[in-house]
Write a new protein. Structure first.
Length: 68
């Protein structure tokens, strides 16, 4: 589910880079937690496409990914 941002112009979001991301590799993911959603973007293209999911959906995804 993609949600409309609740952070206005996104400048209020505090982005955190994944500990599995590297500065020179292809896998660079950042997330920002807002009151109603978790926002996800490519850290190499911070102004590019991004998406947001409900917090419970993100928690289920992380749980699933960690189990794999």
């Amino acid at each position: 589910m993609i949600l409309k941002s609740d952070a206005g112009d996104d400048s209020a979001l505090l982005w955190r880079k994944s500990s599995h991301s590297t500065n020179d590799g292809p896998d660079c993911v950042e997330v920002a937690i807002a009151s109603r959603a978790v926002h996800v973007r490519d850290s190499k293209n911070a102004e590019g496409p991004r998406f947001a999911v409900a917090g419970h959906a993100w928690a289920e995804f992380v749980s699933y990914a960690a189990w794999r």
